[in-house]
Every structure is written in structure tokens, then in C-alpha cells.
Design a protein around this ligand. Structure first.
Ligand code: ZN
Length: 130
């Protein structure tokens, strides 16, 4: 059923929920795999481990109708903003294979064991640095 109102209804606050482990990090490139923005790609702007949601550039845009408030330099009109999307609805994009699941590899270089995220298909490292 189509949404009858364009008004965004915030979810009930997620009170005292255990933080969720997300495989995603800020500045990851992800592809949306479900929902109205399916197929869209964007950069992760922020990750909220409390709600398990991520903010993705250009995805899940909503229009906010704001009233002008000159004392606080707020312009009126309709502004478009991203809303957080559930991390389970996006997949990290491998530069070779496209959207992939993430595997981990322990790298013991330099005496310190580090957990690296790698592509499950081709094994290429997915972390930009290091
Ligand atoms: Zn790959």
C-alpha cells in the first residue's frame, strides 16, 4: 500500500538497546539492496551503532518543510535531507565485484593482529587505509 502521507514519522525511541555490531564504517561506499532507493549507491555519512542504522549520501531523502527563522539564520521552504537506513538494507561495494558480503581476515603484520575487512568474493581488502 502506498504511503498516504508524505510526513515522516519518527520511530519510537530505541530505549536502552544493546549496541549492534555493524560491519560498515563512515566513508564506505554502499549499495542499497532493498526499499525505494534500491540500487542506489552512496557514501556512508555516519553510522549509529545504537540503532543499527547508517546515513547514506543521497539515499532515503525526505523533504522537511521548515519555517524561516531569521534570528537563527534558518531559511524557510522545503529542504531535502537524508534519513538513516537500516544497515541490513545496504551492502558494502567492492571495487571489483560490486555489492558483496564482508569477510574478515586477521593480519598479523608488524606483531599486532588486526582484523581486516575483505571482499568475500575476491578477497581484496575493503578498508581504505592500512
Ligand atoms: Zn571483490
Amino acid at each position: 500500500m502506498a504511503r498516504s502521507s508524505s510526513r515522516y514519522r519518527p520511530r519510537r525511541p530505541t530505549a536502552a538497546r544493546a549496541p549492534q555490531r555493524t560491519r560498515l564504517r563512515k566513508n564506505d561506499t554502499v549499495e542499497v539492496i532493498t526499499g525505494k532507493d534500491k540500487g542506489k549507491r552512496g557514501r556512508v555519512l555516519s553510522v549509529d551503532p545504537r540503532t543499527g542504522r547508517v546515513l547514506v549520501e543521497g539515499v532515503q531523502m525526505v523533504k522537511r518543510h521548515t519555517r524561516a527563522n531569521p534570528t537563527r539564520q534558518i531559511k524557510g521552504g522545503v529542504a531535502e535531507r537524508e534519513r538513516p537506513i537500516a544497515a541490513s538494507n545496504v551492502m558494502l561495494v567492492c571495487s571489483e565485484c560490486g555489492p558483496v558480503r564482508i569477510a574478515h581476515r586477521v593480519d598479523e603484520g608488524g606483531g599486532k593482529a588486526r582484523r581486516l575487512r575483505v571482499c568475500r568474493k575476491c578477497g581484496a581488502p575493503l578498508d581504505k587505509k592500512g
